[in-house]
Design a protein around this ligand. Structure first.
Ligand SMILES: NC(=O)c1ccc[n+]([C@@H]2O[C@H](COP(=O)([O-])OP(=O)(O)OC[C@H]3O[C@@H](n4cnc5c(N)ncnc54)[C@H](O)[C@@H]3O)[C@@H](O)[C@H]2O)c1
Ligand SMILES: O=C(O)C[C@H](O)C(=O)O
Length: 316
């Protein structure tokens, strides 16, 4: 009785989904867009977002190969409806109505390169995608994965400012992979359960700007200063470790997809009003003299003019 009452109040599309068990009465509809969905990160990230029950619509965009990825992922019997879009003409359709846009579009490193060596190509890609976001879904949260994150996030901010759509609380550089690595490496040297470990990582997402705060790790393990130094270096060099192991076939994709899905989930939970969701992210900041800095960010819901918007509170 309760369920049928709810079904009658839902939109016709949602009614159909509810009957077939794909939707939930209590979970709001959320559209997630992945730009660069056919890439090394994009494909496993598309899979993980398809498995996330908070997503009702999954829009997969790339300049190539998206129809295949969308058809493949779309056969998975979970809640979200999947659509694939390809090429400039489809970008607007892919973005319209988005709550969250995740950007792994861009070239990855090869051995011997720094993330800064990707700037020339990826800055242009991020610029064009940000212009489209400002035009088609200015309210959406943006999760920037494309490197160099320390530069692509400020680039997106400048594009949004120029378009008059910038809200610093909605733009996030994804540094979750640094946290994931710090957790894994710390647990590997401690007598603690890896599933319970948390380590804040602040600063930026390149070499020595990656600052894992093992002094604030939980649970605390009694590690020597030498071990902490070695864990710090391994976390800072984690990306290079993968680039070298892949020997010219790209950089971290699977661990990055996991980390990207974790951060996107935190954003969706925040949008849905789940309290106390805290993750580290590279955001506009007043914590230091630097305009952008990675720190703990609380995602949340804010009422503004009657419509819900996400809010990020920064604290170290
Ligand atoms: N933030 C992090 O922690 C982190 C971790 C790993 C990788 N990365 C970065 O993520 C980016 C992607 O890495 P990857 O391994 O998936 O690379 P990839 O080459 O496998 O995939 C990139 C995808 O982007 C697509 N693309 C290119 N231009 C596009 C555009 N204008 N619009 C839409 N899609 C476009 C390509 O067609 C390709 O499918 C790289 O810049 C890499 O350095 C960041
Ligand atoms: O290291 C890279 O180039 C990719 C990414 O930033 C990573 O940390 O794995």
């Amino acid at each position: 009785m309760f369920r049928s009452m709810i079904v009658r109040s839902a939109s016709p599309v949602k009614q159909g989904l509810l009957r077939r068990g794909f939707a939930s009465e209590s979970v709001p509809d959320r559209k997630v867009v992945i730009l660069g969905a056919a890439g090394g990160i994009g494909q496993p990230l598309s899979l993980l977002m398809k498995l996330n029950p908070l997503v009702s619509s999954l829009s997969l965009y790339d300049i190539a190969n998206t129809p295949g990825v969308a058809a493949d992922v779309g056969h998975i019997n979970t809640r979200s409806q999947v659509s694939g879009y390809m090429g400039d003409d489809d970008l607007g359709k892919a973005l319209e109505g988005a709550d969250l846009v995740i950007i792994p579009a861009g070239v990855p490193r090869k051995p011997g390169m720094t993330r800064d060596d990707l700037f020339n190509i990826n800055a242009g890609i991020v610029k064009n995608l940000s212009i489209a976001i400002a035009k088609y879904c200015p309210q959406a949260l943006v999760n920037m994965i494309s490197n160099p994150v320390n530069s692509t996030v400020p680039i997106a901010a400048e594009i949004f400012k120029k378009a008059g759509t910038y809200d610093e609380k909605k733009l996030f550089g994804v540094t979750t992979l640094d946290v994931v690595r710090a957790r894994t490496f710390y647990a590997g040297k401690s007598d603690v359960n890896v599933a319970e470990v948390n380590v804040p990582v602040v600063g930026g997402h390149a070499g020595i700007t990656i600052l894992p705060l093992f002094s604030q790790a939980s649970p605390q393990a009694n590690l020597s200063d030498d071990l902490i130094r070695a864990l710090t270096k391994r976390t800072q060099d984690g990306g290079t470790e993968v680039v070298e192991a892949k020997a010219g076939k790209g950089s971290a994709t699977l661990s990055m997809a996991y980390a990207g899905a974790l951060f996107a989930d935190a954003c969706l939970k925040g949008l849905n009003g789940v309290p106390n969701v805290v993750e580290c992210s590279f955001v506009q900041s007043t914590i230091t003299e630097l305009p952008f800095f990675a720190s703990k960010v609380r995602t949340g819901k804010e009422r503004s003019g009657g419509s819900a918007r996400s809010r990020a509170t920064l604290r170290l």
